[in-house]
Design a protein around this ligand. Structure first.
Ligand code: ADP
Length: 279
């Protein structure tokens, strides 16, 4: 198992209640996992436990453990963990640290001690993987939000991680930028077998790309399953403030025939409506 989380609890120093309250889960290599849930559910805290920010940089009370390929994350440095887990955060401004794109993507491997030739090869590959080879000479300040996040993904990929962890990477992006990011993640997953773990409120996008959805609520895992099974539980989801993809809401509202699959995407919804109309 690539990731094993055992009975994980975490409380911030001045937190009134535990941000994570006894989480257990396993994620296999090659999965695309969408983590959703209302604000304050514990999504960011869980991701910070996967990349070692907790407990290495964020103090607090931690119980349980996270194993990455059998190694305990809490016993490694953030730099060691970063060789396996690449992280992309919400705000593209705060995570790009260099003046231009090439420098940004070069930063990680160079500081990890890669030789020049190897670094150059990694930078080339990472930029190509996110469709940003043409942005190489641009200043990071001149990029659109979607382009900035693609460069942030490339910077993570240049470390050749086995897992990409993304914390609401599209929260600051418009619909075009959001689409861009999900297209890149879908391709990395399909074509490169990348393990993707993404916290995201935009459930329509998760429904299209994730093979598994976890719903967090008050620091616990409320649901964990295939998107179709999770988005069928619409009353519970709306009670905890998780948006159900509109196509799934529409079909459930009109009523599914016994045994009929819940459509999740626009394409599935279109087929479903056609069948309904008898053509
Ligand atoms: P989400 O990512 O789902 O919005 P978070 O993991 O950010 O949730 O937060 C989980 C809980 O921990 C919330 O109650 C939040 O207020 C609290 N929390 C998050 N960061 C801190 C912090 N730095 N200090 C104290 N409490 C925090």
């Amino acid at each position: 198992m690539l990731i094993t989380v055992e009975n994980l609890s975490f409380a911030y120093p001045r937190g009134e209640r535990e941000a994570l309250a006894g989480i257990g889960l396993k994620i296999a290599a090659g999965e695309f996992v969408g983590i959703t849930g209302p604000a304050g559910a514990g999504k960011s805290t869980l991701l910070a436990c996967l990349n070692g920010i907790i407990p290495n940089l964020q103090p607090g009370r931690l119980e349980g453990r996270v194993l990455l390929d059998g190694w305990e994350v809490g016993r490694q440095t953030v730099a060691q963990t970063a060789e396996t887990v690449g992280t992309v955060l919400q705000d593209p401004e705060s995570q790009l640290i260099c003046a231009d794109v090439e420098e940004e993507v070069t930063f990680g491997p160079r500081h990890a001690g890669c030789e020049e030739a190897e670094t150059a090869e990694r930078v080339e590959e990472a930029l190509a993987m996110v469709g940003a080879a043409h942005l190489r000479r641009r200043t990071t300040a001149s990029l659109s939000g979607g382009e900035k996040q693609r460069v942030a993904i490339a910077a993570a990929l240049a470390m050749r991680p086995r897992v990409l962890v993304l914390d609401e990477p599209t929260a600051e992006l418009d619909p075009v930028g959001t689409e861009e990011i999900f297209r890149v993640l879908g391709r990395l997953h399909r074509e490169r077998g990348m393990t993707v773990i993404i916290a995201e409120q935009k459930t329509s996008h998760l429904a299209r790309h994730a093979g598994r959805i976890m719903v967090l609520y008050a620091g616990r895992v409320l649901m964990d399953g295939a998107p179709r099974a999770v988005f069928a539980r619409q009353k519970e989801l709306s009670r905890v403030g998780v948006a159900v993809p509109p196509v799934a809401r529409l079909a459930a509202g009109l009523g599914l025939a016994p045994g009929e699959e819940l459509p999740l995407t626009v394409a599935e919804g279109e087929n479903w409506v056609r069948r309904r109309l008898g053509r």
